[in-house]
Ligand binder design. Structure first.
Ligand SMILES: Nc1ncnc2c1ncn2[C@@H]1O[C@H](COP(=O)(O)OP(=O)(O)OP(=O)(O)O)[C@@H](O)[C@H]1O
Ligand SMILES: [Mg+2]
Length: 438
């Protein structure tokens, strides 16, 4: 076009700088809008997710109306942003097309005058206009591309924010692998605060030693830091000061994968996969023989129940399968940890939903299965850990009392108080009952 007629060529391209400027402005606007919209959409999905997974709570508290309102609000906000987004896109596209037609008007005007002056033929002007209408399509596309680009760059950023995260806890250089074996676990003056609340010290100066075959009991009021102690051992977090050692080696210089094979943690909140009972039990050792799986469920006092299920060990757990009770879930997760045959076993309140008689059976079975393990038992129930070789009473992140059951009872304070509340009334009622009988 420029070669055919310089003046007309430049005139017909005069809209390009305007389109370029609009594209930059629109991209910035659209990008911030997409970012805000992603946020709103994530709130919306979160509300929906909570409502679906917590549907029983919502119904039990008759709060459908309230939840509906919450959902409506989130959805209105998202829709508002969506509308804004469409307005920006459309008005921007219109402006670009408008600029194009203004340029076309100029071409007609200038070309018309040149035809009157006789320096240009009608055919030349017509071909110019035909070329310009071919140019129109790419201009429209620029409008759409600006939107796609803004969307891709804003969502991409959110995605890479997550993908590029480097975990705080990772293998140190030259970390060594260790084979699961008899292990001595030591806490040496460990203090810790969660990264999300760095000013609140959750554990202070915790020291203890768990030797193979020994059991440490940890008891204390809710929120005193018991689970936090358990989470430090497989290195879900690293201590702020002090150190934790396995057989004398700082766990920070052990390869994470081998550390986590060495330590089996039965967590307070059990998590089961939507898979068969067998796969859930053998999660840490997928190639385990059938006999070992049965041995583990027998120790966890769950075998008899599984046997009675219509499909036995192939029964599915989860939405399409059987729903397990709280105590059954806990026993399944105990079975899962027995499979690991690790050197250190930690039970974090893992028998809270299991009755004391079954718990006693599990304990006896475990004694045989894990006689060379260092065992940590965390519990609210004194009867679960009275037999431990050493009992730590934790309060506000500190060990305030320690010793065997008899020593702690004799010294008398927090532990004794708990004993009087939990165990004595039962023993007394037994005594009273046997007196009456006699
Ligand atoms: N991920 C976390 N981020 C920040 N603070 C946390 C986190 N997890 C726990 N806490 C805080 O650390 C403290 C100790 O929690 P922890 O779970 O260890 O208590 P606990 O003794 O196991 O209690 P419970 O007997 O109820 O299980 C609590 O005050 C808790 O609010
Ligand atoms: Mg806990």
């Amino acid at each position: 076009m420029i070669r055919a007629n310089l003046l007309l060529g430049l005139t017909s391209l005069s809209f390009v700088p305007f389109v370029g400027w609009r594209a930059i402005v629109a991209r910035l606007k659209l990008r911030s809008n997409w970012l805000a919209m992603q946020d709103k959409m994530s709130i919306l999905t979160k509300v929906m997710d909570e409502n679906l997974s917590g549907i029983r709570v919502v119904r039990a508290f008759a709060s459908q109306k309230y939840e509906m309102k919450k959902y409506d609000r989130a959805s209105d906000e998202a829709m508002h942003l969506f509308n804004k987004q469409i307005t920006t896109r459309v008005s921007n596209g219109t402006m670009m097309t408008f600029a194009f037609f203004v340029a076309m008007g100029f071409v007609l005007w200038i070309g018309g005058q040149q035809i009157i002056a006789g320096t240009m033929t009608v055919g030349e002007l017509t071909s110019f206009l035909a070329f310009m209408s071919i140019l129109q399509q790419p201009v429209r596309q620029i409008g759409m591309m600006v939107n796609s680009y803004a969307r891709a760059s804003s969502t991409g950023q959110r995605l890479f924010d997550v993908l590029d995260l480097v975990p705080d806890v990772r293998d140190a250089q030259g970390a060594q692998a260790v084979a699961p074996s008899e292990s001595v676990l030591r806490f040496e003056h460990v203090s810790f605060a969660f990264p999300s609340a760095a000013s609140v010290s959750v554990l202070q100066d915790i020291s203890f030693e768990a030797r193979p075959g020994h059991t440490i009991g940890i008891v204390g009021p809710p929120g005193s830091g018991k689970s936090t102690i358990a989470q430090l051992i497989p290195r879900f977090y690293d201590p702020g000061s002090g150190r934790i050692t396995l057989n004398g080696v700082d766990i920070r210089s052990i390869q994470l994968e081998s550390l986590r094979r060495m330590v089996s943690l039965v967590q307070q909140n059990t998590f089961l996969f939507t898979a068969s009972v067998e796969n859930n039990v053998s999660y840490g050792d997928p190639w385990a023989e059938y006999e070992r799986i049965i041995g583990a469920t027998q120790s966890a006092q769950l075998h008899d129940y599984i046997k009675r299920l219509p499909k036995g060990y192939d029964s599915m757990i989860g939405e399409q399968g059987v729903s397990l009770s709280g105590g059954q879930r806990q026993r399944l997760s105990i079975a899962r940890s027995i499979m690991l045959q690790s050197g250190v076993v930690i039970f974090d309140d893992s028998t809270a939903s299991i009755d004391t008689v079954t718990e006693q059976h599990i304990r006896n079975a475990l004694k045989a299965a894990s006689k060379n393990c260092a065992t940590l038992i965390i519990s609210h129930r004194l009867s679960s850990l009275m037999h431990a070789d050493e009992i730590l009473f934790i309060r506000e992140g500190r060990i305030v009392e320690r010793g065997s059951h008899e020593e702690l009872l004799a010294e008398g304070s927090h532990y004794r108080e708990l004993y009087e509340l939990q165990v004595r009334p039962i023993e007394d009622s037994f005594l009273a009952a046997s007196h009456q009988e006699s």
